[in-house]
Write a protein of this length. Structure first.
Length: 342
């Protein structure tokens, strides 16, 4: 019976956190169990998930330790509801932060959207490139101010500036389309460069064309900003472009750096959909469990490991007498299923 209960909790954790389905009383997954002849109270499901949380903690922490060894990262954040009263905090809005490395993904749930969250996620001596949007919290990180962690900014967000100008000011549509065309050409030239191996004549030729286009964009920007008659919406977009130019062009000298932060936005889309399905978390422990399972599942997928089979194997190991289970957890035996963390 204990093994069956473990498998049910495993399946429920996968459907809630891996497929972003809700866990409340009349949710589809509980209804599926009822159709199979198994009637479980929501409290029973919640208790089972609560028991899973301490089993996942050492694995989550191991992923975090491994994660910061990457040479470059993506970061993003989205709102998340946690329906608990917390001293010093007004309301239930928390923030789910995403940090994606070369071969691992870590989510962090925190009541705050301040720079302290990404700053505390990375060690003080962290080095590398962090791809972000233009949110000021990343710019305020100690590691960024010290120059050890360099910010690369997202061209997709820059593109939206010109889209807004074109949609909001019909008379400026032609101007906006010209800049959108330049950005589109930037993407095309970078894709062409990535088709060739570094050091080859083909790569050198594509790289030269890319650099020429980047220089022409900078020259066009400066020419237009020098025009006193430039409309304010246009000036605002170009001033932001100029202020973030060094971070926007890091990819020119390092082809490993992407042009945008779309990768992290795709990774955070699943939890964002889950937030709409089940409104967030009803307790701090369930928020921590969601954070850890999002991280573990996303990392396993990167490693081409089936998350459901991994979770089933890991939970089955821990459905044992209490003394044996405690020793197993302390030895992090689940990590054996994750070769990169073993």
């Amino acid at each position: 019976m204990a093994r069956a209960s473990g498998r049910i909790c495993c399946w429920k954790s996968f459907t809630c956190n891996g497929q972003c389905r809700p866990c409340y009383a009349r949710c589809p997954t509980i209804e599926q169990l009822r159709l199979l002849g198994l009637s479980l109270a929501p409290g029973t499901i919640a208790d089972g998930l609560n028991r899973i949380e301490p089993l996942m903690t050492p694995i989550y922490e191991a992923i975090r330790i491994h994660h910061v060894l990457s040479a470059y990262f993506h970061a993003d954040e989205t709102r998340w509801k946690v329906f608990v009263e917390k001293a010093g905090k007004i309301g239930h809005r928390w923030w789910l932060w995403l940090f994606a490395g070369e071969d691992s993904v870590v989510y962090v749930l925190d009541p705050s959207r301040s720079h302290d969250v990404p700053q505390s996620h990375f060690p003080d001596d962290a080095q590398g490139v962090l791809m972000v949007d233009r949110y000021s919290g990343y710019k305020a990180m100690r590691q960024v101010k010290d120059g050890t962690l360099v910010l690369a900014f997202c061209w997709a967000h820059v593109r939206r500036d010109f889209v807004r100008v074109g949609k909001g000011y019909p008379e400026l549509k032609t101007w906006a389309l010209q800049w959108l065309s330049r950005i589109r050409e930037l993407y095309r030239l970078n894709r062409e460069r990535l088709r060739h191996a570094p050091g080859t004549p083909e790569f050198a030729a594509a790289d030269a064309l890319l650099r020429q286009h980047v220089d022409s964009m900078a020259a066009q920007r400066d020419t237009e900003l020098a025009d006193a008659k430039l409309r304010e919406p246009c000036r605002k977009a170009l001033v932001s472009l100029n202020e973030h130019w060094s971070g926007l062009t890091l990819f020119v000298d390092d082809s490993r750096i992407p042009l945008d932060n779309n990768y992290s936005e795709r990774l955070i889309r699943g939890p964002a959909v889950g937030r709409k399905n089940y409104y967030g978390s009803g307790a701090e422990w369930s928020g921590r469990l969601a954070m850890m399972m999002f991280s573990i599942f996303a990392t396993l997928i990167l490693w081409k490991i089936n998350p459901r089979m991994w979770l089933r194997t890991g939970i089955s190991r821990h459905v044992r007498p209490t003394a044996v289970r405690r020793q197993t957890i302390q030895n992090h035996s689940c990590l054996g299923i994750c070769p990169k963390l073993a």
